[in-house]
Design a protein around this ligand. Structure first.
Ligand code: SF4
Length: 460
């Protein structure tokens, strides 16, 4: 018998549907400022050279064969495969510059290829990239090595090459299996195509598979999305990210191609999220936190139970304590006290590397206040309990004194049932897990600026 899905509390949804960051970082990239000189920027990375550290490497492959109309990524549409060779040439330069700045005993524990479309690269190009990385860095034997896959461009040979360089995780962009929705967003990929890619990945030994879905796309209804969820569960990914589509056409011009009157309402979107939680729950997945689901046996699920779940630019992770070094145009790197971002312009990316300088154009040095708020916001986003006493000792503050205003603002969230508060604890409730961004927002000291409304997606 079909279970009734709990209907969303619409009053609460309307009240808390406000623009807010997704908190893959704090402060967010909006706060970054221009570097005075790209040539001198490497001087800020001295701490990377003096002590060995755990590293997470991110590689942005910007090319895509065709444009998806909901796209909000930094990408270049082309069918010219040779552009991959040219780009790899510059990635090698960037690897070389960076490896000279990082302590040689540093250990790479995580690698991620994102985009754009990493599987734009041919099998040979993928192998070349893998070989370049292992030539410049020391890679831990148990490295978590993941790649984002577009099922429309992922041949068995590409899968073999990915496996050969050490890839052990794949994330497939599915979005929605409904043909009408796929047409409306200009991304047609029959479910059989996804199934074949999953089979290829599994038979090559890449066992851990994530699917990305999106709710809130044109022509989606709760009924069509329920069918999508059923088809997806049959394919049996280990993890799912179910993202809310953010319609920001002024920021992402590709979205102007979508028909606004085909977009579902906020209520329908919320119903789709509740459906996802319910139906995926029936199929053995747990809601980890904002947008993410995982099987009970998955390391993300265990990290949630053990309180070791973390969050970084790629979403939830079990290994985010490492410093992140990002390569390729638009990549964002992160150390304990610094964020820095490469240029989003391909021409400038090549030009700066031709000058033998890091292609960094924006950065942010974190203040002590930024660092402690980041720690707190990440705990909230990972649904962890915040113990005031322990947090106070760690950061040498008196929590209730330091966050006096925030504690007052939390009372309303407590009355709405989103957080549990007692003398020494703050914890998001079951209901609050759908409003984690709103809870984190209370502690965001940068969101007093008048322009933030235009920059962030809404929380629902
Ligand atoms: S959504 Fe992904 S595959 Fe589609 S255009 Fe954007 S980056 Fe490329």
């Amino acid at each position: 018998m079909k279970r009734e899905v709990v209907k969303p509390d619409l009053d609460l949804i309307h009240k808390y549907d406000v623009p807010a960051p997704r908190y893959t970082s704090y402060p967010t990239a909006v706060q970054f400022r221009p570097v005075e000189s790209s040539g001198r920027f490497s001087g800020r990375l001295k701490e990377m050279a003096t002590t060995p550290r755990d590293l997470s490497l991110y590689f942005h492959i910007p090319f895509c064969f065709s444009l998806c109309w909901y796209c909000g990524c930094t990408r270049i549409i082309t069918r010219d495969g040779d552009r991959g060779d040219h780009y790899l040439h510059y990635l090698e330069k960037e690897l070389s510059l960076n490896s000279g700045l990082i302590h040689p005993d540093s250990n790479v524990i995580q690698i991620h290829f994102g985009g754009g479309t990493p599987t734009f690269l041919s099998p040979d190009q993928l192998e070349k990239l893998g070989e370049m990385i292992s030539r410049h860095f020391r890679i831990a034997p148990d490295v978590e090595y993941s790649v984002e896959i577009d099922p429309r461009s992922c041949s068995p040979d590409q899968v073999e090459s990915l496996r050969a360089i050490g890839c052990n995780r794949a994330s497939i962009g599915v979005q929605d299996t409904n043909p009408e929705v796929q047409k409306a967003v200009h991304r047609v990929q029959p479910t059989d195509q996804v199934r074949r890619v999953v089979e290829n990945l599994r038979s090559s030994g890449i066992e851990s598979i994530n699917f990305d879905l999106i709710y809130g796309l044109p022509r989606q209804t709760p009924e069509t999305f329920e069918e999508t969820l059923g088809e997806i569960a049959e394919l049996g990914p280990d993890r799912l990210a179910v993202y809310s589509y953010a319609h920001l056409p002024d920021r992402f011009p590709a979205q102007k191609l979508l028909k606004p009157d085909e977009l579902p309402s906020t209520e329908e979107k919320m119903e789709m999220l509740y459906l996802a939680i319910d139906r995926l729950g029936e199929s053995g997945y747990r809601y980890i936190g904002m947008d993410h689901f995982a099987r009970e046996s998955d390391p993300l699920s265990r990290a949630l139970d053990e309180g070791t779940l973390q969050r970084n630019f790629q979403g939830y992770s079990t290994r985010s304590r490492a410093d992140m070094v990002a390569f390729g145009m638009s990549g964002i790197s992160q150390t304990s006290s610094l964020y820095y971002q490469n240029t989003k312009e391909l021409k400038e990316y090549y030009e700066l590397l031709d000058e033998e300088v890091l292609p960094v154009v924006r950065y942010l040095e974190l203040t002590h206040d930024d660092q402690l708020r980041r720690d707190l916001i990440m705990q909230i986003m990972c649904r962890a309990e915040v113990e005031f006493d322990r947090f106070s000792k760690k950061w040498k503050i008196d929590f209730k004194d330091y966050f006096g205003d925030e504690m007052e603002r939390l009372v309303e969230l407590e009355e709405d049932g989103l957080v549990h508060l007692d003398n020494d604890h703050l914890q998001p409730t079951e209901k609050g897990r759908l409003f984690l961004r709103n809870i984190a927002l209370v502690f965001d000291a940068h969101l007093k600026k008048p322009d933030h409304e235009a920059r962030y997606s809404r929380t629902v």
